[in-house]
Design a protein around this ligand. Structure first.
Ligand code: NI
Length: 393
């Protein structure tokens, strides 16, 4: 039996290709939002638009007094010039759905189509179409606008080219890493290039700092706990014969464990301050905290494993090979309510070499049916759990 009726699948492919052809950057997803609300309207589902910019929230009713199950998709595209050569390639110059959010949006619409057919949902189901995931700020904005009010549990997922089509990947623990940025401004003393003894060379101080920061992950963090400290920018100087009096480093920090995340940030501060002091320079450190790590709670992982097994069969439910050191702002929802995040196998044979955020990224559209059917299954299983909790109280 197919995962979704053929006519629905055909419709989903049309929607996905339309979204793909007209991608929109973070915070600009207005056309996308109207495609979403039009599709939902055709199912008889009313939606609230302009939530946190161009977010869309819709609810499929269930019994009164039971908290809702939330299903979340992200809707934004990336500033990349598409080079897939697909017939439905982006017509927006320099903008591309290179992370599969067109697919995530479409599978959630598919789930809506399946869920409206259900007679007795055990709990209401809320659909969240979230903007600006790529900026890491859409989820917080949606939460601030009440997207989780009255919600009990939340579920989401991402396409993943590392797994075969038809697979659903479930992890008991970390799925994505935290993402924080830091800036170190070094204030030394500028001088003539020929008179170094009159300077406090900010380039030397910055260089030593960059090298010393490499020892945090290699010498301080438990090697069994994945972490990253990368300095992506180093700006200093104005001329070959002028010793720079100021320099600025900017970097990013990733961790899968909240304790390691704290450790990394405090080590950066300690090392930067020590090196500055060693050379008589002053520094100013700014840390911009971003998304927390995305960690599935074991109990919720068990719940989604059941939904995945029901959807694709046990042999297609795979363990996560390695957690991603990239960030995913779904983690903000999990700070508020329990839930879990899965991955949908979407390898395209012949194109498996093109990763997400590449100009040639594509995914197997069969994943649209898998995602839609999975979300229906998880909404029902989680809904029954919420319903029973209410009944027991
Ligand atoms: Ni993504």
């Amino acid at each position: 039996m197919p995962l979704v009726p053929q006519d629905l699948y055909d419709r989903l492919v049309v929607v996905r290709r339309d979204l793909h052809r007209y991608p929109e950057l973070s915070w600009q997803e207005s056309r996308t939002a109207s495609v979403i609300s039009t599709f939902l309207h055709s199912l008889g589902v009313q939606s609230r638009t302009n939530v946190a910019g161009h977010g869309v929230v819709a609810e499929i009713p269930g019994p009164a007094g039971v908290p809702c199950v939330v299903l979340r998709a992200d809707t934004d595209a990336l500033p990349i010039q598409e080079e897939t050569g697909l017939e439905f390639a982006s017509v927006h110059d320099g903008v591309m759905h290179a992370c599969g959010h067109d697919g995530h949006t479409t599978m959630l619409l598919g789930a809506a189509a399946l869920l409206v057919q259900e007679k007795d949902l055990p709990a209401p189901v809320r659909l969240i179409f979230q903007p600006a995931e790529e900026k890491g700020s859409g989820a917080i904005a949606m939460i601030q606008e009440g997207a989780l009010d009255g919600a009990g549990l939340i579920f989401g997922g991402h396409l993943d080219r590392h797994y075969p089509p038809g697979a659903i990947v479930v992890s008991e623990g970390a799925v994505n890493a935290s993402s924080d940025n830091f800036t170190v401004e070094i204030i030394g003393q500028g001088a003539h290039g020929a008179r170094p003894h009159e300077s406090i060379d900010a380039v030397i101080v910055g260089s030593l700092m960059i090298m010393a920061l490499q020892t945090i992950v290699s010498r301080e963090v438990d090697p069994s706990r994945p972490s990253v400290v990368s300095v992506g920018q180093f700006h200093a100087g104005t001329a070959p014969n002028v010793i720079a009096g100021q320099a600025k480093l900017e970097g990013t920090v990733r961790a899968q464990d909240p304790t390691v995340r704290r450790q990394l940030l405090s080590s950066i501060r300690r090392i930067a301050e020590s090196i500055a002091q060693l050379h008589g320079a002053k520094i100013q450190i700014t840390v911009t905290e971003g998304t927390p790590p995305l960690i599935n709670h074991p109990e919720m992982a068990t719940l989604v494993r059941r939904a995945a097994t029901e959807t694709v069969g046990e042999e297609h439910v795979l363990p996560l090979k390695t957690a991603n050191m990239g960030a995913e702002d779904f983690s903000y929802y999990l700070e508020k309510i329990p839930g879990a995040y899965v991955r949908f196998g979407s390898q395209v044979l012949g194109r498996e070499g093109y990763p997400a955020h590449s100009s040639k990224f594509d995914f197997d559209e069969g994943a649209l049916a898998v995602g839609a059917a999975y979300y229906r299954a998880v909404a029902k299983i989680a809904g029954r759990q919420l319903n029973q909790q209410v009944a027991a109280n």
